[in-house]
Each structure stands twice: as structure tokens, then as C-alpha cells.
Ligand binder design. Structure first.
Ligand SMILES: NC(=O)c1ccc[n+]([C@@H]2O[C@H](COP(=O)([O-])OP(=O)(O)OC[C@H]3O[C@@H](n4cnc5c(N)ncnc54)[C@H](OP(=O)(O)O)[C@@H]3O)[C@@H](O)[C@H]2O)c1
Length: 249
């Protein structure tokens, strides 16, 4: 009974947040320069762990939108080069430095690296908003991916990164388009999943700043649909995403 009450309360909170997301989507009509000015008003320090295709693409547009970004990986020379190209709002550090630096931390590593990331920065990301772009693939991530796919990627990430306030996002859109979404703001929806209403409120403007309209599909148990190969994968309008979500479950 208590579990039902908690589930109902969580659902109510998520619905309230979904309403707030819709209300603020008016910003989407603005060109990038104006949106960047708007982003500057909520300028956020973002630490990125995993500065490859996804981390590099999204981090670069966040920098251009006026946020302060620290890139990190296991190869700091690569991160320094990336940051140097982007200017004063970008810097490079170790994963621990990035986890400490970010009010928001985005983790964008191969799924099999999540236990290593947890061992390295787990103490620093407890209580922080963490955007999880990571997808489990058996061909790349082995047994961990088999386990994560059975459990569902969202619930698996929660277990792998205990205490982090995870928002799953940027999971099922190719990295090549991630740097271009701001050219047509709001055209493409970004399905997101999280159990944490406060984290959704912090992550949503950051997603919007780079041109995507966040669409909350539900709690972390819905994270299993934020993966390539699911009905939600690929570029879709916010309304299309809502229609597809209504057919799930
Ligand atoms: N590619 C896409 O279009 C796409 C789209 C959506 C989601 N995703 C998912 O997002 C995640 C990242 O994908 P990607 O394509 O960006 O991969 P990627 O290009 O291979 O980049 C992975 C990054 O993680 C770093 N890394 C690996 N192990 C690490 C560790 N133990 N600690 C810290 N950093 C580590 C790598 O650098 P070092 O090896 O130098 O440490 C690299 O910077 C994956 O889970 C992927 O499935 C990918």
C-alpha cells in the first residue's frame, strides 16, 4: 500500500514537471543567439565524463550557448585540445575534477565503463544531477549489457551509479545531428526519463538550450525505451514522441 502511495506521489510530481516543461517551451521560437542570451541567464557549470562523439558534440554546443563546460576522459591531452578549440568557457580536467566542477554532470561513456566511472567518481556524483547518455550493447559492453538490457537501461544505470540524480537523455539520436539541433529549435523532441522531479527541472533547460524540446516519457523504468532499436529511437517531433509513449506499456 505504501509503495502504491509513493508511486502515485512520484507520478503526480512528474506530471507537474511535465506541465512546467511545456509552459517553458515558448523559448523554442528564438534564434540561437537569443537562446544563448537566455542560456547565459542560467549559465551552468557542466562536467562531462566521456568526451567522445556524444560528449564532444553536446559539450561543444553547450559552450556555444554560454555554459561553462569541463571535458574529461582517460586522455586529458585529447580533452585539452577539444577545450582549446572552444574558447574560454571550455576547459579540460580529470573525471574527478569534472565531477566536482559540474553542478550537472553528463556521463557519456561506453556502458561497460560505468562501473569504472562509479569507482572513480561515485562519491562526487552522489546527490548531483547526472545526465546519462549511455546505452548497453552486448557486442561492445559484454555481460554487463546483457544484464542491463534485461533490467532496463534506466534502472540499470540507477543501480550502477547509486545516489546520482539521473536523467536519461540524448540516448537514441545519432551524435552527428546533436550539434545542429539548435538551428531549428524545438523541431526535434528529446525523450527523457527520470524519477527525480528536481533533476528534470535542472536538466530540461540545458536540453532546450541546444535545440531539443525535452519530452518526459516517465520514470527510470521507462529508460529502457530510450535506446536505439526502440519505437522512440530516431528524430521525432515532440508530439510524435507523446503519441508513441501513449502506445507503450
Ligand atoms: N555515438 C552515438 O551516436 C550515440 C548516440 C546516443 C548515445 N550514445 C551512447 O553514449 C555513450 C557514448 O557514446 P560515444 O559514441 O560518444 O562513445 P565514444 O566516442 O567512444 O566516447 C566515449 C568516451 O568515453 C571515454 N571513456 C571511456 N572509458 C572511460 C572511463 N573509464 N572513464 C572516463 N572516460 C572514459 C572515452 O575516452 P578515453 O577512452 O580516452 O577514456 C571517450 O571520450 C555510449 O554509451 C553510447 O552507446 C551514442
Amino acid at each position: 500500500m505504501k509503495a502504491n502511495r509513493v508511486a502515485r506521489r512520484n507520478r503526480r510530481r512528474l506530471l507537474q514537471v511535465a506541465g512546467a516543461i511545456t509552459a517553458t517551451s515558448l523559448l523554442n521560437g528564438l534564434p540561437f543567439a537569443l537562446r544563448a542570451a537566455s542560456a547565459a541567464q542560467h549559465k551552468t557549470k557542466i562536467g562531462i565524463i566521456g568526451s567522445g562523439k556524444v560528449g564532444g558534440a553536446i559539450g561543444s554546443v553547450w559552450v556555444k550557448a554560454g555554459h561553462e563546460v569541463m571535458f574529461s576522459s582517460r586522455h586529458i591531452e585529447h580533452d585539452k585540445e577539444l577545450a582549446a578549440k572552444l574558447g574560454a568557457n571550455a576547459r579540460a580536467g580529470t573525471p574527478r575534477e569534472a565531477a566536482e566542477f559540474g553542478k550537472v554532470v553528463m556521463i557519456s561513456v561506453p556502458y561497460h565503463a560505468l562501473p569504472d566511472v562509479r569507482d572513480n567518481v561515485g562519491d562526487l556524483i552522489k546527490g548531483k544531477v547526472v545526465i546519462d547518455t549511455c546505452n548497453p550493447f552486448v557486442w561492445r559492453d559484454g555481460e554487463l549489457a546483457t544484464w542491463a538490457r534485461e533490467k532496463g537501461a534506466g534502472l540499470a544505470s540507477l543501480e550502477l551509479l547509486p545516489g546520482a540524480r539521473i536523467v536519461r537523455a540524448f540516448n537514441a539520436i545519432g551524435y552527428v545531428s546533436m550539434g545542429n539541433a539548435h538551428k531549428q529549435p524545438g523541431r526535434v523532441g528529446m525523450p527523457i526519463a527520470s524519477d527525480d522531479a528536481g533533476a528534470i527541472q535542472i536538466a530540461s533547460p540545458l536540453i532546450r538550450d541546444i535545440g531539443y524540446e525535452p519530452v518526459l516519457v516517465g520514470g527510470m523504468e521507462m529508460g529502457k525505451y530510450l535506446m536505439p532499436g526502440t519505437p522512440l529511437a530516431g528524430e521525432r517531433t515532440p508530439d510524435e514522441i507523446r503519441e508513441i509513449v501513449a502506445t507503450l506499456n
